[in-house]
Design a protein around this ligand. Structure first.
Ligand SMILES: Cc1cc2nc3c(=O)[nH]c(=O)nc-3n(C[C@H](O)[C@H](O)[C@H](O)COP(=O)(O)OP(=O)(O)OC[C@H]3O[C@@H](n4cnc5c(N)ncnc54)[C@H](O)[C@@H]3O)c2cc1C
Ligand code: SF4
Length: 490
């Protein structure tokens, strides 16, 4: 034997990373389930189950190929690797570049050799080169460059259909009396059941833990959801928790799927006909645009970026985030319950409900980030940090996004059916039944009006604020609402 190949829980792919050129005759596989990972924080059990069971299945599949697989439980990853190395005569350890600064440093210090991380479509140096040449980091500019570089939906350097982006055609509210396809259910085998026992958790049928299951999820998306992905991408409804979203992020993030094969499947279906361009473009943008951009920005912005708190937000995490019974806000109660049930909600509840509420109430960004990291099935440092600190709560002072994603109840009312079942009224900003989002949206603008007055993209909002005739009354209501939220009584 010549090497130990260390496989982190998010590198579960035979064809990429350090396994790409591996050989059972020369390489021993090391997988470490560290106590720090499993018990270190209040992780959602669905998330732990998914990660651990996927890794154990993956280890078994490598054994099936003839590899020696050492799956060790240890206090830390480094402890586990030390034990495996001791057992195998101090062979050198190889790994694909890890996905977070902390793990990169720890493995480097331990003497692990890295091969390039090819779990993304954009090598880290290439993104750096792009970012260094930008005045601001508009995702749309990166996305257009990606379309050209990867030659996707492009003809003669022009976008297919005459536009780069069909968001205007998308963004529809939830449809009424829509027949949604049934959810794809994944069954459990002995490994899933064993991991469930160890975690004292009964897994739901929502998430697969094998490559075959991940491929079935991809096929299910292409067949049943892709055509209508675009129009309802931003909608939220109590009728269906997934709408036409793909539910692919966990598998893309732990390696069971690679973005290249997801794009290939999407383009093949589009070329075969029956998929509207706005749905195809919208989905492609998520994969080659947003996902790659967020990963690139994580590495480009550096390790300290996660500590940003430029709006000086220092409120403790609101009780409703951990207990949906601590609020009467229907949108929040439903969303937190959904998260508790399956560790997932789509991008609009993450942005326009969870992050928006944290932003306008002034919850401390790091407290909010930590909570988001713990409760989502697809959460990882590289993806949560830019999405939360930059996009969600504008804690970087606009380094990543030019304006904060703050919104009142009118947006939520337009894009969902939550408000119909709520004791609050999205149109009201003052009075007992005023929607907390609406009241706190104006209060937030007022608290930060000086900061935002020099931001020309906020001009309209600041102009609207200045025209409010009931600002003193609104400020009083905002104080009451904030106190109530702190106590879990709103
Ligand atoms: C505040 C906030 C936090 C988020 N945290 C995470 C996270 O921890 N992990 C995560 O994978 N995604 C995160 N996202 C992005 C997005 O919400 C999820 O990728 C998506 O909801 C996953 O469901 P899906 O696979 O059905 O996605 P779809 O809507 O079907 O989109 C397809 C794919 O596009 C990619 N994608 C789209 N937007 C983003 C984005 N902003 N960043 C990265 N990838 C993106 C994902 O891989 C996703 O699977 C976050 C977004 C916000 C606003
Ligand atoms: S009225 Fe306000 S709090 Fe109630 S569901 Fe609508 S947006 Fe949410």
């Amino acid at each position: 034997m010549k090497r130990i190949i260390y496989i982190p829980f998010d590198h579960l792919n035979r064809n990429y990373g350090a396994l790409k050129d591996s050989d059972p005759k020369n390489d021993i596989i090391a997988i470490v389930e560290s106590a720090r990972m499993t018990t270190g924080r209040a992780w959602h059990p669905a998330r732990l189950h998914f990660l651990i069971s996927s890794a154990r299945h993956f280890g078994e599949s490598l054994k099936g190929e003839g590899f020696i697989v050492e799956y060790f439980k240890a206090p830390t990853t480094i402890d586990g690797l030390t034990d495996i190395q001791k057992k195998h005569g101090n062979l050198p350890i190889v790994c694909a570049e890890p996905s977070s600064f902390t793990q990169y440093q720890a493995l480097q210090d331990f003497g692990v050799t890295f091969v390039a991380n090819d779990f993304f479509l954009t090598p880290r140096p290439l993104f750096k080169q792009w970012a260094e040449n930008q005045k601001n980091f508009l995702m749309e500019n990166f996305y257009r460059a990606q379309r050209l570089r990867l030659n996707i939906l492009v003809e003669n350097d022009k976008p297919v259909g005459g536009a780069w982006n069909f968001d205007k055609e998308n963004r529809l509210p939830p449809p009424k009396s829509h027949v949604w396809p049934t959810y794809l259910e994944h069954s459990h085998d002995e490994i899933d059941i064993q991991v469930g026992k160890e975690l004292n958790y009964s897994p739901t049928s929502t998430w697969a833990t094998t490559r075959l299951g991940a491929l079935a999820q991809l096929q299910n998306f292409i067949t049943n959801h892709f055509a209508e992905f675009g129009p309802y991408e931003d909608a939220m409804t109590t009728d269906n928790w997934a709408l036409h979203h793909s539910l692919l992020s966990p598998y893309l993030n732990n390696g069971l799927l690679h973005p290249e094969e997801v794009i290939e499947a999407a383009l093949e279906a589009f070329e075969a006909g029956g998929i509207p361009l706005e749905s195809c473009e919208g989905f492609i943008r998520q994969i080659i645009g947003w996902r790659e951009y967020v990963n690139g920005m994580y590495w480009f912005l550096g390790q300290d970026y996660r500590t940003n708190n430029q709006l000086a937000a220092n409120r403790n995490l609101l009780p409703l985030f951990t207990d949906p019974n601590k609020t009467s806000m229907n949108c929040m109660r439903q969303t937190i319950t959904d998260i508790q049930n399956r560790a997932w909600v789509h991008h609009i509840p993450r942005l326009m409900l969870l992050s928006n509420l944290a932003l306008i109430t002034g919850v401390n960004p790091q407290e909010f980030l930590n909570w988001m990291r713990e409760v989502f099935i697809d959460a990882a440092e590289w993806v949560m940090v830019p999405n939360v600190i930059g996009m969600g709560v504008h804690a970087d002072g606009g380094e990543m996004m030019t304006k904060p994603y703050a919104a009142g109840g009118a947006y939520i009312s337009r894009m969902s059916n939550y408000c119909k079942g709520c004791k609050y009224n999205p149109k009201l900003r003052t009075g007992e039944t005023a929607c907390p989002f609406t009241t706190l949206y104006w209060d937030f603008l007022d608290r930060h009006s000086e900061t935002f007055s020099s931001n020309h993209r906020m001009g309209q909002q600041i102009f609207g604020l200045k025209r409010l005739s009931d600002l003193p009354e609104l400020k009083e209501r905002a104080r009451y609402v904030l106190k109530g939220l702190d106590k879990g009584e709103i």
